[in-house]
Ligand binder design. Structure first.
Ligand SMILES: C[S@@+](CC[C@H](N)C(=O)[O-])C[C@H]1O[C@@H](n2cnc3c(N)ncnc32)[C@H](O)[C@@H]1O
Length: 361
């Protein structure tokens, strides 16, 4: 019950709908109502598994599947509008009718997101890597990229070159006919030529829990965890999934370090191999992180001017502001050039983003 109240507080500023639903469900749990039946078997789950968000996501999924027409009127992702005073009265019968299905979903699911907006930071970082690697090998044009993503979820960020990007000064880059158009709030710019298109020559990805977005189940799974009030985010996700269906790239079920060792054993010349991960490393246990570092160090030692290697990460780091303790830094290392850069800082979903290139130790 406390975990539901915690989740409600976490949703408060960005999802009034989830916050209202979770507070009412917490009261219902305390009173032994229908939510008790829905959450049976998950009562002892750790806070880190966020049972409240698994509950809210599963209810959202029923709405997206058209199985809760009386409740859909509150959900902006299906054209509804929240009426706080009526939400619980409309939710309770849905919980009662679908208690068994909801219980099974909540027990089976992990909260999983895949945020396409992180591709904007990725795009800028890849351009910097491609230009610097080319310069180090004496080439005039940026090198093509071989992108290796760890923790790719549904793999929606494997197509940064197929998205369109628009800046508030009227500049645009990427594909302006793409179903994913990102309107970016950038301060500063990456130190790379945005007018030269990014070339992604090869891509591969892994995840411990991959989502196959070419299936309806995969689409629904990722869609259900977008907070229902965040319509533009929801639409962006649908566009990125549509694109993935036309340009499928498998996400292999594997732990990052092991998969990376196998990938890096295959050499790729005349392109820069970029190992990328965003909002993943916090979930990996220390032993896995150490293995990942060792695999990368071994490959870095073998990198050459014609087959350079880069690590590009967008991960949370603890900052000094107590009101906002985590910031998301975009960091780049490049071998054999020996370059190590902090490229910028953004919010968790990738935008707004501030480009601020400096040396990183
Ligand atoms: C918060 S999601 C981020 C997904 C994606 N990188 C993005 O930015 O949208 C974290 C993902 O990392 C995966 N993951 C966590 N630890 C992993 C590991 N050691 N190896 C591979 N994937 C991992 C999870 O399964 C999950 O899909």
């Amino acid at each position: 019950m406390e975990l539901f109240r915690d989740a409600a507080r976490g949703c408060q500023s960005h999802s009034p709908l989830n916050a209202t639903l979770l507070r009412a469900a917490a009261d219902d749990l305390a009173a032994g109502g229908v939510t008790t039946k829905v959450m049976a078997g998950s009562e002892l789950d750790r806070g880190g598994t966020v049972p409240g968000l698994r509950f809210a996501g599963s209810v959202h999924r029923l709405v997206l599947e058209g199985k809760a027409p009386g409740l859909a009127r509150h959900y902006p992702t299906v054209g509804g509008h929240l009426e706080r005073d009526r939400l619980w009265a409309d939710a309770e019968p849905v919980l009662a009718e679908h208690a068994d299905k909801l219980r099974a979903m909540i027990r089976a699911n992990v909260v999983q997101t895949n945020e396409p907006a992180r591709s904007a930071a990725l795009y800028g970082g890849l351009l910097v890597a491609a230009e610097r690697a080319a310069k180090h090998s004496g080439r005039a044009r940026p090198l093509p990229v071989r992108l290796l993503e760890i923790g790719a979820s549904g793999g929606l960020n494997l197509r940064p070159h197929l998205f369109g990007y628009r800046l508030d000064d009227g500049t645009s880059f990427g594909d302006n006919a793409s179903p994913v158009q990102l309107d970016l709030a950038w301060t500063g710019r990456p130190r790379a030529n945005l007018a030269i298109p990014l070339i992604v020559a090869d891509r591969a990805a892994c995840d411990m829990n991959p989502v196959d977005v070419t299936t309806e189940d995969g689409r629904r799974h990722l869609s259900s965890f977008v907070w229902p009030d965040q319509v533009s985010r929801y639409r962006r996700l649908q566009g990125a999934i549509d694109l993935a269906q036309d340009d499928p790239v498998p996400v292999h079920r594997a732990e990052g370090s092991e998969w990376l060792r196998d990938q890096l054993a295959k050499s790729a010349t005349d392109m820069v191999t970029v190992v990328w991960h965003s909002v993943v490393w916090q979930y990996a246990p220390p032993r896995e992180r150490a293995r990942g570092r060792a695999v990368l160090a071994a490959a870095a030692a073998k990198a050459t001017k014609d087959a350079p290697l880069a690590l590009l990460v967008f991960e949370p780091r603890r900052g000094n502001d107590p009101a906002d303790p985590y910031r998301f830094d975009l960091l780049l290392r490049l071998w054999p050039a020996g370059i190590s850069l902090h490229l910028g800082t953004g919010v968790g979903h990738g935008d707004p983003f501030t480009w601020d290139e400096r040396h990183w130790i």
